[in-house]
Design a protein around this ligand. Structure first.
Ligand code: COI
Length: 352
């Protein structure tokens, strides 16, 4: 596969020596290079790789006014032999185009996506550190760049990929509020899409929750606030007794790649999974009668993150730490696949 058609502007000097890879806050440091491709005259053209840095846009670009923007989250992992792997990258490619379609944006080109990503990762391969928990977070995104502010889809877009070395997303324990008033999305809306605005809409309620000592909100359905949907940065799983329960995906909920992998791993390991609506009432009841064993979130950035407490309607609940939690089982199984340490019977791992 030749990627020579993607022009590379070389960096003058790598920034890598200035980075402390032992202590990384999520998404703050970026690698040396970035990938860029513009959509004009009805087609994606001239993909390039250049030094990571600011881009210039017209102030009237639609992205600034109407939030016409979608993105993805992926990770690259390195094994003990310095081989680089992605995890289910086809799923990310399909999803960014589903998100784009919902926001009336053009689908990105599959060859440009994979060639651009491969070439970029090879240029920045020293930024992928070995060892469980180290990865290079990959952020592909598309923004509407056409300089004109009529409230309609743009005719010009920019697709980019930037890379950020990552460790854990949440540093420390995670407690959540079950939303009583705020919603993340409604039926018929764009909740399933990785649209920038879905995330911006959570900042305010989440900042209120942060002030009360909660790191995240599990958003509930917009019509009744009785059903638990997703945590914005993660899909959510509940372990009641030995059963794993998670809400079905629909047009309000992101079709998480880690989520679907966890469901498959549960089935592979003989753990019963119920994919159905999960009510606030049943989870509070299960917490009161001791049946609620675990809550955890899943996502690319967060991987599998245990939730150790929650609050709703003025009642607070704490979960006991389990020796053999499902969260740690799934995290280990997933990471073993991602870091090329175990068999990959579903063919999820893709070597770069
Ligand atoms: C991811 O897990 O990749 C996400 O996109 C969540 C993001 C808000 C960090």
């Amino acid at each position: 596969m030749s990627t020579s058609y993607i022009q590379v502007t070389p960096i003058k000097e790598s920034k890598i020596a200035t980075v402390n890879f032992e202590k990384l806050d999520f998404g703050v440091v970026f690698s040396d290079y970035m990938f860029e491709c513009d959509y004009k005259d009805g087609k994606w053209q001239d993909p390039v790789i250049k030094p990571y840095g600011p881009i210039t846009l017209d102030p009237s670009a639609r992205v600034f006014h109407y939030g016409q923007a979608v993105f993805e989250g992926m990770k690259a992992y390195k094994d003990d032999n310095d081989e680089i792997f992605l995890f289910r990258p086809d799923e990310n490619f399909d999803r960014i185009n589903k998100s784009a379609e919902r926001l009336a944006m053009p689908a990105f080109d599959e060859k440009f996506f994979f060639d651009g990503l491969t070439k970029l990762l090879n240029l920045d391969k020293d930024w992928i550190k070995k060892g469980f928990g180290n990865s290079l977070y990959i952020r592909p995104f598309v923004i509407a760049t056409q300089p004109a502010i009529s409230a309609s889809p743009a005719s010009e877009y920019k697709f980019m990929i930037i890379l950020s070395p990552a460790q854990s997303y949440y540093g420390g324990d995670v407690r959540v509020l079950f939303a009583e008033e705020f919603s993340r999305s409604a039926s018929g809306g764009i909740g399933f899409a990785k649209a920038a605005g879905n995330y911006a809409a959570q900042f305010y309620p989440t900042s209120l929750a942060n002030k009360e000592g909660y790191q995240q909100i599990i958003f509930t359905d917009a019509s009744t606030h009785e059903y638990l949907e997703e945590a914005g940065t993660m899909n959510i799983f509940f372990r009641v007794g030995d059963k794993l329960i998670t809400t079905p995906t629909n047009d309000r909920i992101l079709d998480g790649i880690t989520r679907k992998s966890v469901i498959q791993l549960a089935e592979d390991n003989g753990i019963a999974v119920e994919i159905r609506q999960v009510s606030v009432t049943e989870i509070k009841e299960a917490a009161k009668n001791g049946e609620l064993k675990e809550i955890f979130g899943s996502g690319t950035a967060a991987v599998i993150n245990p939730i150790i407490g929650f609050s709703h309607g003025g009642e607070k609940f704490e979960l006991e730490k389990l020796e053999n939690s499902y969260a740690s089982l799934f995290k280990e199984k997933l990471m073993n696949i991602q870091y090329n340490k175990s068999e990959d019977k579903h063919g999820w791992r893709v070597k770069i």
